[in-house]
Design a protein around this ligand. Structure first.
Ligand code: ADP
Ligand code: MG
Length: 855
């Protein structure tokens, strides 16, 4: 057995091997150590290998999914070695001692899951593949839980951003490539082989019908298909024809920007607290997955955005329609994923039931939606896709019981009346069972034993059971009963007539099961025949769910339809930050709406004002509004006219970001450099406290130069928040730059933050008032105030901000020296243990302190 195990393990070295033994999957050696620790299950030992005990642990096969889920989540890959013949077959083949043949039937990896229990129903599960050829780079990505297949023409510079948009569960690439989380042989990524593989997969002579693929795209797709085939061990899962995506079709958002704006996940990696979470009112898993993709990849095509918005507007303005649609969608099963499981060969009767119910619901919804007149273009396109499956629905309605089971093994999923022969078999079985029940009464009467029972178990089949004290009567040779088994307390027997009746029941049952299995196969085949159309129906339902959900969100929050234009303006009235607003609402606080007006001749806003005044919030809300609008949704504002954004950038100064423990000043500078290199006049950039991660003068100088470059060279729309007052001087030489501040007031010595964005620079920085607000000790606050007064006096003496700039180091040095001095005096004073001093000590100390003060 160990030899067989080791041979299988050699086939799957980078995986944990689940080795089937009876009702368990067992793990051995290092695998056992890893799994026992990860799953918190007992580590045992078995036999010996090369003189050492073999570590082992196991999980029950019937509960394997939940254990798999935990291992996959923890980043492992699992190869499943199952029995490929029955013990009976093994005996026939190799005698009574023969080992049952086993083979790896599947490799379970994060990117190749289809099981409901292992997947998040609201998130797409991409497996991505990176291909390189002829100096080009492309990504192929598949979500085999629904059959989606995308090919993205990427570039060396854009690869990281494109992967960040997909957020794949797993990324494969050729060995030696920097991209791979899973390295595969180079040969798998050969573009010519990839082309052949795709043609074979889709049964076409040319791929031209799908679009024109670069060599890199073919390499990526070929590598992906090969990998999926490899993990599924030859039964390649369902893939729909690839959709070719071009980078220019969507707003470019790099990884740092995605993370900083928390579009679909927060910095902590959670969905809760992200923009997606604040917007998502979808009622189906497929809708939630699509909304996630829409937000991750806002469109660049104005007509396509307007099509989406028209549909949202329809549902926004018609509350009863929206309610009807959402109620109907809510009741529908996830047909996309049911189809994915069926196509992967793991479909159950319940999946077919889900298809039946989902398609039937879609049909009825389609009827309702087709009555809408005039219909927005997108609706006219979607509605017919809901009604393509009349024959399949009829078939399933006739063939399946109302709630088919997940496990096909016990039968009972084919409805009565679908197959007369099956009905007969079932009647025979039922008759037999009735006859057996009748026999029980007979036996009782015959023996006079009221406690006699006819029972059934898997080992003995039907048998007669009596309490031990009654057994003697049945043991007599002429009793008509044959002894089978004696247990503590009971004795079991058989009888000829019972045996015969049981045989009938057994045969009828086996035939009925076989008949059901044959029907199941046909019903699955029918789904596979229609899989393209079913997938299209699933897509249409998801799109409707997204549109209705965006409408629902807009109504709920009083959002508005954005007006998209081609010239680079950005006019938002009464804009709000959906996530911050929701967080404030929980605390019963109100969000202060703010306007933002960028145009070609006023494209850079410099926003100053106190810490906690709302600068970062203001910057982000405008970036989020751009994302929502181009994703095809309403926006949290009272009015918005937006020029299409080709690239969106968000950078946060390093020290603002320290909590995450990742961003260093170096990273901040690398990211800022990327903006200066890539932002175009159609881009939208938010820079938040850039330059903060280094010393004051460096930081100020860098921020200064960055603002100038953005203004002069990139000429993009930009919001720049800074605590460097000195930057406001830039307004004098940059004519498209204007000054703004978040308002604050000091009231009776307290700082009141108004969170209102107003024109002009902040009158001062309020840092000290914020420190007091934060609960800093009064003595420290007073000290800070004294230092500030000195600095400002110095500044005034040298005349104005710009001059003060040059002289600031001197003042800082002066303050520092003075600080060092007072500190020494103070430290010394504090260190004195007065109670323990003799009068002589005290006098000495006084002299010493005075000398220190005179220095
Ligand atoms: P800054 O970047 O100026 O330090 P933030 O944008 O981080 O300030 O905002 C600090 C806090 O102020 C937020 O967490 C939020 O609670 C509150 N806040 C910000 N903007 C607003 C607003 N427009 N209305 C109400 N509260 C706000
Ligand atoms: Mg801030």
């Amino acid at each position: 057995m160990m030899a067989q195990y080791l041979a299988l393990k050699a086939e799957a070295e980078d995986c944990l091997l689940f080795y089937r033994m009876g009702d368990f999957f067992e793990l051995f050696f290092d695998d056992a150590h890893v799994a026992a620790a990860c799953l918190d299950i007992a580590l045992t030992a078995r036999g010996a290998h090369e003189g050492e005990k073999i570590p082992m642990c196991g999980v029950p096969a019937h509960a394997a999914e939940s254990y798999l889920a935990r291992l996959i989540k923890a980043g492992h890959r699992v190869a499943i070695a199952d029995q490929t013949e029955t013990p009976a077959e093994a005996k026939k083949r190799g005698g009574s001692k023969a080992l049952v043949a086993r083979g790896i039937v599947r490799v379970v990896t994060a990117g190749t899951l289809t099981e409901e229990a292992l997947l998040d129903s609201r998130t797409a599960n991409w497996c991505a593949s990176v291909g390189e050829a002829a100096g080009e780079v492309a990504i192929a990505a598949a979500d085999i839980s629904t059959g989606r297949f995308e090919i993205i023409d990427s570039s060396a510079a854009g690869l990281a951003a494109d992967l960040a948009r997909l957020a794949p569960a797993e990324t494969i690439a050729a060995e030696g490539s920097a991209q791979a989380t899973v390295a595969r042989p180079k040969a798998d990524f050969d573009s010519a082989r990839g082309e052949a593989r795709l043609k074979a997969l889709f049964g076409v002579a040319t791929l031209d019908g799908f679009g024109s693929f670069s060599r890199a795209a073919l390499a990526a797709a070929g590598g992906l298909v090969h990998y999926l085939d490899h993990t599924a061990r030859g039964s390649l899962p369902f893939l729909r024809p690839p959709r070719l995506m071009r980078a220019a079709e969507t707003m470019a958002i790099d990884r740092a920007t995605r993370e900083s704006l928390e579009l679909t996940l927060t910095a902590a990696g959670q969905r809760k607290g992200s923009l997606l979470d604040a917007v998502d009112r979808t009622v189906t898993g497929a809708g939630a997955r699509l909304l996630g993709q829409d937000i991750a990849a806002p469109l660049m095509d104005r007509a396509a955005i307007d099509e989406r918005l028209d549909l949202v507007a329809l549902f926004h303005d018609d509350a009863p329609l929206r309610e009807t649609l959402r109620a109907a969608l809510r009741a529908l099963p996830d047909i996309g994923r049911a189809l994915g499981r069926i196509a992967a060969g793991r479909g159950s009767p319940r999946d077919l039931g889900q298809l039946r119910d989902g398609l039937d619901g879609a049909w009825r919804l389609g009827e309702r939606l087709e009555r809408i007149d005039p219909a927005p273009a997108l609706l006219a396109h979607l509605a017919p896709r809901l009604r393509g499956h009349g024959a399949l629905i009829d078939l399933y309605a006739r063939a399946l019981v109302p709630a088919p089971p997940i496990d096909a093994g016990d039968g009972g999923y084919i409805a009565e009346g679908y197959d007369a022969a099956l009905d007969d078999l079932r009647a025979t079985g039922a008759g037999g069972r009735r006859a057996i029940a009748g026999l029980e009464a007979d036996y009782r009467a015959r023996t006079g034993i009221a406690a006699l029972k006819v029972r059934h178990n898997n080992v003995l089949g039907y048998h007669i059971e009596v309490p031990a004290r009654h057994a003697d009567a049945l043991m007599k040779p002429d009793s008509g009963f044959t002894h089978r088994q004696t247990l503590a307390g009971v004795v079991r027997f058989n009888a000829a007539d019972l045996h015969e009746a049981a045989l009938k029941v057994g045969q009828a049952g086996a035939h009925a099961l076989a008949a059901e299995a044959a029907h199941l196969e046909d019903l699955i085949e029918a789904a596979l025949q229609a899989r393209e159309a079913i997938a299209a129906t699933a897509d249409a339902l998801a799109r409707l769910d997204v549109a209705a959900a965006l409408a629902e969100r807009a109504v709920e929050g009083g959002w508005t339809r954005p007006d998209l234009v081609d010239h680079p303006c950005f006019e938002v009235e009464g804009g709000r930050h959906p996530v911050v607003e929701a967080a404030l609402a929980v605390r019963g606080e109100r969000f202060v709406a703010n306007d933002c007006r960028l145009s070609e001749d006023s494209r850079l806003w410099l926003v100053t004002g106190p810490n906690m005044g709302g600068k970062s919030t203001f910057l982000r809300q405008n970036a989020l509004i751009a994302v929502l609008a181009q994703g095809g949704g309403y926006v949290p504002a009272t009015a918005a006219r937006l020029g299409l954004v080709d690239r969106l950038f968000s950078r946060v100064g390093a020290s603002d970001n320290l909590a995450r423990g990742r961003s260093t000043f170096m990273v901040e500078m690398v990211e800022t450099a990327a903006i200066l290199a890539q932002a175009t006049p159609h881009s939208f950039v938010i820079l938040d406290e850039v330059g903060r991660g280094t010393s004051t003068y460096d930081g100020l100088a860098i921020a200064w130069a960055v603002v100038e470059a953005i203004h002069e060279d990139n000429r993009c729309r930009c919001l720049f928040a800074t605590h460097y007052h000195e930057l406001t001087r830039l307004a004098e030489r940059c004519d498209a730059l204007s000054l703004h501040h978040v308002r604050a007031r000091e009231w009776k010595g307290d700082l009141v933050l108004l969170h209102e964005v107003a024109d002009g620079p902040a009158d001062r920085s309020y840092g000290i008032a914020v420190a007091r607000l934060a609960g800093m000790p009064p003595a420290t606050v007073a000290r800070a105030k004294a230092v500030l007064d000195k600095l400002e006096a110095g500044r005034a003496k040298t005349g104005g901000l710009a001059a003060g700039l040059d002289d600031l180091p001197l003042f800082a040095a002066a303050v520092e020296a003075e600080e060092a001095h007072t500190d020494a005096l103070r430290d010394d004073l504090i260190a004195l243990d007065i109670d323990a001093m003799t009068p002589r000590d005290a006098l000495d100390a006084l002299y010493r302190l005075q000398a220190l003060a005179r220095e």
